[in-house]
Design a protein around this ligand. Structure first.
Ligand code: ARG
Length: 407
């Protein structure tokens, strides 16, 4: 009986060769699955035709933009999700989604395995493997590029000997990239030299701030329960809003990130990202949270935000802890409703106004001018009690100073 394997297929060199390798070396019938997560899809028809030519028994394409936005980006926005405080986790959020659909298709076609094109050095292999095993422990996971210990050149040679039609590799690819609605991740090539600024050629979604328009642009984002629902007053589905905002903010050079990142596999790696919509929305969301959340929630929440970022990065999106943290975050967002305006200008997005029916900012309490309702007489008594423990401590330990305890 033939056995089947579902391969995550991008149409690139590695996954094209992988189709043949899975057939020849592992004896699989290969079904390919191409996920549309908002990356450019030019060349898709050629890629599918090529997969068929190489011998794929079936090629599936699935549009995941809506699911990606609603099930992954919405909780990421509520969590202000940034790994190591800077990376909005575009690739890391896309992987569990794609893996969940590999599992779905594998179950539908009765496959015994899924396969992906990740190498042994990255985080993505962990995300695919762990998600697959979490969702269906009976499925095998095969990673040809991890298992088959050959160089890229050797793999191309191997494919050529077997007349495998390959994508055009005459133009040498300078960088390894991964794109989806939430951003573009750029690795390898001259980026590996962390002592230098990234080459302008690395960027595709963002204008260099120098070349960005000389006039600022205002953009307003409306939120409901911490989730963006309008762009410049117009209601939009989240995936469309993100897509449009990528264009608007990218044009102003907003969203470039240059990071030396700690991979799960133990190495530091220099990575560059372009995430115009992600950084703009997180900035806007934080502005609205500052207006509508109480001080204690605002100071506590980032601890769990960081934990969720780490879990996401490390391939544990579908873990019980991640579920609980997402539930906590959602529970804080009931009042995070309102509108934020940002000014986009030459690489930066700055606050330009925020309003909310749940605003905790009360001008009559804050003002130094007319209409002040703050009880000034309450301040002295409050401060006396606030500082009382220190007064007692300094009286016991010595004049005026709370001395350090002797060892
Ligand atoms: N370092 C990022 C992450 O682990 C991005 C990986 C992008 N992959 C790529 N083929 N360029 O999430």
């Amino acid at each position: 009986m033939t056995k089947t394997c579902v391969l995550a297929y991008s149409g690139g060199l590695d996954t094209s060769v992988a189709i043949k390798w899975l057939q020849e070396e592992k004896g699989y019938d290969v079904v390919t699955l191409t996920a549309d997560v908002g990356q450019p899809l030019d060349g898709l028809q050629d890629a599918l035709a090529r997969a068929k030519k190489i011998g794929a028994v079936k090629t599936e394409v699935v549009d995941l933009k809506q699911e990606f936005a609603n099930e992954y980006l919405a909780p990421a926005i509520q969590a202000n999700l940034l790994y190591e405080h800077v990376y909005p986790l575009a690739t890391a959020l896309g992987r569990p989604l794609i893996a969940s659909h590999l599992v779905r298709v594998a179950e539908a076609v009765g496959a015994e395995a899924i396969a992906h094109g990740c190498t042994a050095k990255g985080n993505d292999q962990v995300r695919f493997d762990v998600t697959t095993k979490t969702l269906n422990p009976r499925l095998k996971v095969i990673a040809p590029m991890r298992e088959w210990l050959v160089t890229r050149e050797e793999a191309v040679q191997w494919a050529k000997q077997r007349n495998v039609p390959l994508p055009d590799i005459s133009r040498k690819k300078t960088y390894s990239t991964d794109e989806n609605l939430w951003g573009r991740s750029i690795e390898s090539g001259d980026i590996e030299d962390a002592s230098k600024a990234p080459n302008e050629a690395a960027f595709a979604w963002t204008k260099s701030p120098q070349d960005a328009p000389n006039t600022p642009e205002l953009v307003s984002i409306g939120f409901e329960n911490g989730i963006p629902t309008t762009l410049n007053g117009k209601s939009l589905e989240l995936w469309k809003l993100v897509q449009q905002l990528n264009g608007i903010a990218g044009k102003h050079g907003v969203g470039r990130i240059d990071h030396v990142e700690d991979r799960l596999v133990g190495i530091k790696s220099r990575e560059v990202y372009e995430c115009p919509a992600a950084l703009t929305l997180i900035k806007a969301h934080r502005d609205l949270e500052a207006l509508t959340l109480t001080k204690d929630v605002l100071l506590f929440k980032p601890q769990l935000e960081q934990k969720l970022a780490e879990l996401t990065y490390n391939g544990l999106w579908f873990s019980p802890l991640a579920d609980s943290i997402r539930a906590f975050h959602a529970s804080t967002q009931g009042t995070v409703t309102g509108e934020v305006t940002l000014q986009l200008f030459k690489g930066s997005a700055t606050s330009a106004g925020r309003t909310s029916p749940f605003s905790l900012y009360k001008a009559d309490l804050a003002t130094y001018g007319q209409g002040d309702t703050f009880d000034h007489t309450a301040a002295t008594g409050f401060i006396t009690i606030w500082g009382l423990p220190l007064q007692v401590a300094s009286a016991v330990r010595g004049k005026g100073k709370a001395k350090k305890a002797k060892k």
